[in-house]
Design a protein around this ligand. Structure first.
Ligand SMILES: Nc1ncnc2c1ncn2[C@@H]1O[C@H](COP(=O)(O)OP(=O)(O)OP(=O)(O)O)[C@@H](O)[C@H]1O
Ligand SMILES: [Mg+2]
Length: 384
């Protein structure tokens, strides 16, 4: 078990690609941290620098308070699972899991105890004598995880370990990983491009884009208080609704106007305007928070309804913007299937973004200091 301190870590590959820029985070002992972002944003590079598989171009890495930049991977006391886990095909599951311990000259009876314990945790006890080719994808993945957790390292690093599995198995393994984390009581750093996986697994999530950290926060923070438009659109499915609005104060109260309709904002919200001034902004509201079928509200056109199981996605047009409302099936039954209806956008669920800087108004006008304010993100990397 160990905490990590990562300070302004940077990676520039030989081809001059800036893969990771100014990566900084303090990770607590036993925390489950998930790095998430689109393909090529630098997740694997960041993880590989922590593992020691990739040289750190600049910055500092501490594991358990010890400076690690120049320490060999094998001496960092970490364990890593990759997306393309390679099991030894000629060895049994037992020997695959035992391999690392044998190499470390751990006594035989101790190895046996460990392997059986890990097999039990991962529910592969009855598979120990089989060869990898006689296993399903999910079983092979468990063996790969077993090989990593048979040791008790300070940190587990996992790079998209579930991405080769089908959706059902992935959900199942995700739940198992979460249990595993509780049981192992060790720090996990986990990479995925799947925001659902990030939201369900992480104690905290690091959202990345083009090498730059966009936000670090709990799943709740990144969902309800996204730092910028990129995080707002990347986290959550269906995506957050974005509506171009004009802001102004009406009798001292902040309002957002769109195509003649007025959307009241929270009275206490600071939008940085004086009476009589106006400014364009992007209003964001999650589909789950849109309330269709209210008595007063904004009139919208219904395009279609999609049944998603226990919820219905209502596709609506507000002004000239298509928005989605997600409602429970039972509520949707009481709503018209075509024509028009009224929707309310609850003021306390509305997020505002500046179209130029892309930042959340909470960051620009809020009282809390932006922890990432020092990051000079180039305009090109900032484009959503
Ligand atoms: N060995 C390398 N040499 C040069 N450039 C590299 C190397 N490895 C990665 N890159 C580049 O660095 C950037 C970050 O790559 P990285 O593999 O860290 O992304 P990722 O977030 O893990 O993406 P994915 O989700 O596709 O796995 C990309 O632009 C990639 O092309
Ligand atoms: Mg990767």
């Amino acid at each position: 078990m160990a905490g990590l301190t990562i300070k302004n870590v940077k990676k520039i590959y030989d081809n001059q690609v800036l893969a990771v820029a100014e990566f900084s985070i303090d990770i607590a002992d036993k925390e489950f941290i998930v790095l998430v972002g689109p393909s090529g944003c630098g997740k694997s590079t960041a993880l590989r620098m922590i593992a020691g598989l990739e040289e750190i171009t600049d910055g500092e890495l501490y594991i358990d308070g010890q400076y690690m930049n120049d320490v060999e991977p094998k001496d960092r006391d970490i364990s890593m699972v990759f997306q393309n886990y390679a099991l030894f095909p000629h060895m049994t599951v037992y020997d695959n899991i035992a391999f690392g311990l044998k190499r470390r000259k751990v006594p035989k009876n101790e190895i046996d105890e460990k392997v059986r314990e890990v097999a039990e945790i991962l529910q592969i006890s009855e598979l120990l004598q089989r060869k990898p080719k006689a296993l399903s994808g999910g079983q092979r993945q468990r063996v790969a995880i077993g090989r990593a957790i048979v040791r008790n390292p300070k940190v587990y690093l996992m790079d998209e370990p579930l991405s080769n599995l089908d959706a059902k198995l992935r959900n199942q393994m995700r739940a198992e990983l979460k249990k595993l984390h509780k049981r192992m009581n060790t720090t996990f750093i986990y990479v995925t491009h799947d925001q659902t996986e990030a939201m369900t697994l992480g104690d905290r999530i690091v959202v990345m884009k083009k090498g730059y950290i966009q936000q670090i926060g709990t799943p709740h923070e990144v969902f309800d208080h996204p730092r910028n438009l990129f995080v707002a659109s990347f986290i959550g499915t269906p995506q957050m609704n974005f509506i171009d609005v004009t802001l102004e104060l009406v009798n001292g109260t902040p309002q957002a106007k769109v195509m003649g309709a007025e959307i009241p904002l929270e009275m206490s919200m600071d939008i940085g305007l004086m009476q009589g001034e106006q400014r364009k902004a992007v209003l964001g509201i999650r589909p789950e928070y849109v309330e269709p079928g209210t008595m007063d509200g904004i009139t919208v056109k219904i395009i279609m309804q999609e049944l998603m199981g226990s919820t219905v996605q209502m596709h609506l047009v507000l002004g000239d913007t298509e928005i989605i409302a997600v409602v429970p099936v039972s509520d949707a039954e009481a709503l018209p299937a075509a024509g028009e209806l009224k929707v309310s956008l609850p003021a306390d669920r509305i997020q505002l973004f500046d179209p130029d800087s892309k930042l959340n108004y909470e960051i620009i006008y809020g009282e809390k200091e932006d922890p990432l304010a020092h990051l000079q993100m180039p305009q090109e990397a900032d484009e959503a």
